[in-house]
Design a protein around this ligand. Structure first.
Ligand code: MCN
Length: 792
């Protein structure tokens, strides 16, 4: 079935209420911490209080004797059992041709700790309180070393984070044709330059990470319950790379998961420790992070320092973009950390524009901070921020409107090959801009600005025209670029004898509503009720295989795998129907849940075919197997490219530096939309995350001690609903050309497009008082200080 036929099916484009919400809203969800196993003990991790130190000794004697303690484990135990370090899933090759530096990442520190929160020991006891009390008795002697927390300090550090990377440098990577870019700059009528910091963020899902390691002596099998976004990947990494176990002996269950935003894609040390110790102690062992623990030990996001230069001709047409970025990777390489500032970042720097030449160079550094990895958007927010900020700056320098400079450079012909590897299949950037300007009432801005001025407030307007790449693909090209995993998805459609359906998907839903939207896809294809379809995910014991959820891939890759399985179901069901109606296979048509014979009034419902498949009395057993159960794997041929224009309007109070977002308009192109209500919810969530980064969130480590200064919600400002106005949301639809649904991902767009729109608005407002530059977040203190500094 083609994407245009699909878009016209019933239930597609319908705001079906979320099936999963009944259990969430009635307290019937089953999160990892809700799982209580017999014989369950509790683990507590002893974490490093220092950013960088040699471990001189660990004395666990008192802890072992404390009430209720059943086991205490340290790095030496891990080494004795030959448990490997945590692997990195993406190999980046340095510009020298050498592989990136990949120092070991032990699950419990061996010899050295490298960030505040690094795992030093695990204490297991009968109760959580006993484990907490005993953990305080673990005596660790440290020789404290000097610490580096940012990239500039990393470059000149005397005590490297890892002996394997003596200069703290992990890799230098580049993309684009430097000579061509330099030539274009030599000819430019105007060059805009910008230095930018993309601030480090702490992901804060509602449910902190949690896991239970379980082992059965009866059949030598492990089960790991874990709050995770991709259980099959977790199992693959843990069995093949760390524990050396056969995969079929480990089951990973990620039950209800209360948000992830990227931070639960990774294989974390705690998960391995619990699984390993479950066998050693013959106990089921639970660990649930508290919020402070999450702050120091979850993988953080962003943390780039960049210099960008844009070359333009006299008409404001972009000739070339030149970028250098220093990326802070933290103390160890987290699972997909290395792909974020390279493949997922630099390849997006053409944006929506016809810039003929782009050259990007990235240096990645180790520091004494928590590992940094993908966080909602992963590389794409960093790219969009840089590009959309420099484009607005160029507009101001040339006296052009922020809209006009973008329109002069928009790509209008598709497919479009960018100079940074990606090929966009389709889009309509002018249509997004047109709709956004209308919804935002740009025409009324001057009047609103005058009204603000009359109140002593500075009003500004900011644009951002983002593009992103979702559903990383195809596997063979990603493999050539360093991916150490496949990037397909798997779906199984099990039609039951009575015609109801269970779908097993390798995607994982942790807030995105897959149980509803995937059911809509299946119900509309088979012509059955949405309620007749259940979706199973998050269990390696039930789902054949899966790569999980990240990069807004689930509907476009996971949904496409289900569509392929449905193609097989339909093909087989047509044969059964042909047999039942004594017609030829080629004459059978299927629509609205009924099989009919072309040119006749003969028809039978889907349910009758399903029943026949399982009660094959009148059945072509010589040609066809009974049953109606099909599995498909789908490896996309390209990314999907959602794009849009966001317009933000702010009011700044120059007396206090407080920024108020007065209006925010987001017009996105997600191709065909399955469920508009869910998509709108995804956009709202993304916008709040992006605006949070731009306005208030900031992860700060002390430069001397390496202590995390923003280690709780008292110091790390999370946005709240009343920080923002109602968002104006609009859609343009250019269906994706290469997946059977025509969909493009929507889960990250808001977080990608919104930070530059807000910062451009703030800078537009502050231009009235002479402020030219400001880094995120635009907190009152920063804004006020910038205003004071700009005073003549
Ligand atoms: N959808 C649709 N029509 C489209 C596109 C999507 O109806 N054209 C629906 C999908 O069917 C799905 C939802 O919208 O129900 C999101 O789909 P998609 O864009 O494919 O994204 P994923 O499901 O793969 O979700 C991942 C994405 C990412 S990468 C992050 S980070 C993120 C996000 O989703 N984390 C989230 N949204 C989140 N929302 C919640 N509540 N919690 C998180 O942790």
């Amino acid at each position: 079935m083609g994407a245009s036929d699909f878009a016209n099916l019933p239930h597609i484009g319908e705001s079906v209420r979320r099936k999963e919400d009944y259990r969430f809203l009635t307290g019937a969800g089953q999160y990892t911490d809700d799982v209580v196993l017999a014989n369950q003990a509790h683990a507590v991790f002893v974490r490093s209080p220092h950013a960088h130190a040699h471990i001189q000794s660990i004395d666990t004697a008192a802890a072992r004797q404390a009430p209720g303690v059943v086991g205490v484990f340290v790095g030496a135990d891990v080494a004795n059992d030959k448990i490997g370090g945590l692997p990195c899933g993406w190999l980046i090759t340095d510009t020298s041709g050498q592989p990136m530096k990949e120092p070991p990442h032990p699950i419990l520190a061996q010899g050295k700790v490298r960030y505040v929160g690094d795992h030093v020991a695990m204490v297991v006891a009968e109760t959580l309180e006993q484990a907490q009390n005993a953990a305080e008795l673990v005596q660790v002697e440290y020789e404290v070393l000097s610490a580096v927390v940012d990239v500039s300090a990393a470059k000149s550090a005397t005590t490297p984070v890892h002996a394997e990377a003596p200069d703290n440098h992990c890799y230098k990577w580049a993309i684009g044709d430097k000579a061509q870019v330099d030539q274009a700059f030599a000819k430019a009528a105007h060059v805009t330059k910008l230095d930018l910091v993309n601030n480090r963020l702490v992901p804060n899902a509602m449910e902190p990470r949690a896991a239970i390691g379980s082992y059965s002596r009866a059949n030598d099998e492990y089960t790991l319950y874990v709050s995770n976004q991709n259980p099959h990947v977790e199992r693959l990494l843990m069995t093949a790379f760390v524990m050396g176990l056969p995969e079929h002996k480990v089951r990973v269950i990620a039950p209800d998961v209360g948000g992830g935003f990227g931070s639960k894609i990774y294989l974390y040390a705690e998960d391995v420790c619990l699984t390993w110790a479950a066998k050693k102690l013959n106990r089921n062992i639970k660990w649930t992070a508290d919020r402070n623990e999450a702050f120091v030990s979850d993988a953080h996001g962003r943390d780039h320092v960049s210099h960008a230069e844009l070359a333009l001709d006299k008409d404001g047409k972009f000739l070339a973009l030149r970028v250098h970025t220093d990326a802070n990777l933290g103390a160890y390489l987290s699972t997909f950390a290395t792909a974020v500032p390279t493949i997922l970042y630099a390849t997006l720097l053409a944006g929506q524009y016809t810039t003929p030449q782009v050259y990007v160079e990235v240096d990645a550094w180790f520091t004494n901070t928590a590992p940094v990895d993908a966080y909602r958007g992963a590389g794409r927010p960093e790219a969009t921020y840089l590009l959309e900020r420099i484009v607005s700056r160029a507009a101001w320098e040339l006296g052009l409107g922020q809209d006009e400079i973008r329109r002069r450079n928009f790509i209008t012909q598709f497919p479009y090959q960018t100079p940074v590897a990606l090929q966009y299949d389709i889009g309509d950037y002018h249509a997004c801009m047109d709709q956004a300007q209308k919804l935002a009432d740009v025409a009324g801005f001057a009047q609103r600005k005058a009204a603000s001025s009359a109140k002593g407030l500075l009003r500004g307007i900011g644009y951002s025209s983002y593009i992103e790449a979702c559903g990383i693909a195809p596997s063979n090209i990603a493999g050539a670029l360093g991916a150490r995993a496949g990037l397909f998805e798997c779906g199984e459609v099990r039609v039951h004898p009575t015609g109801s359906v269970t779908v097993f998907t390798g995607s994982h839903s942790h807030g995105q509503g897959h149980e509803t939207t995937f059911a809509q896809v299946v119900a509309s294809r088979l012509g059955i009720a949405v309620e007749s379809v259940d979706v199973v995910h998050g269990d390696t014991g039930r789902v054949p295989f899966g790569m999980g959820t990240y990069g807004s891939r689930s509907i476009s890759v996971g949904g496409a795998a289900i569509m392929r399985a449905l193609d097989k179901i339909e093909a087989k069901a047509k044969k059964i129907a042909a047999h039942l109606m004594e017609a030829s296979d080629a004459d059978i048509e299927f629509a609205n849940g009924e099989f009919s014979v072309k040119g006749t009034d003969k028809k039978i419902p889907f349910g009758q075919v399903a029943l026949t498949a399982y009660v094959p009395h009148n059945y072509p057993l010589d040609k066809l197997e009974p049953g109606l159960n099909e599995t498909a794997f789908y490896d996309p041929t390209n990314f999907t490219f959602p794009a849009g224009t966001y317009i933000c309007e702010v009011e700044v109070d120059p007396q206090t530096g407080v920024v108020r977002v007065d209006r925010f308009t987001a017009v996105d192109d997600f191709g065909t939309i399955i469920n508009p209500m869910i998509v709108e919810g995804q956009v709202h969530g993304g916008l709040v995350q992006g605006l949070g980064q731009a306005l208030m969130e900031n992860c700060v480590y002390d430069k001397e001690s390496g202590q995390l200064l923003t280690g709780s919600f008292m110091d790390y400002a999370m946005p709240r609903a009343d920080d923002f106005p109602t968002f104006n949301i609009g859609h343009v639809c250019t269906p994706c050309t290469h997946n059977p649904l025509g969909t493009k991902g929507c889960g990250e767009a808001g977080a990608i497009g919104s930070p530059p729109a807000l910062m451009n608005a703030v800078l537009d407002a502050l231009a009235q008082v002479g402020v030219k530059e400001l880094d995120m977040p635009a907190s009152p203190n920063r804004v006020w200080s910038a205003i004071q500094a700009a005073r003549p």
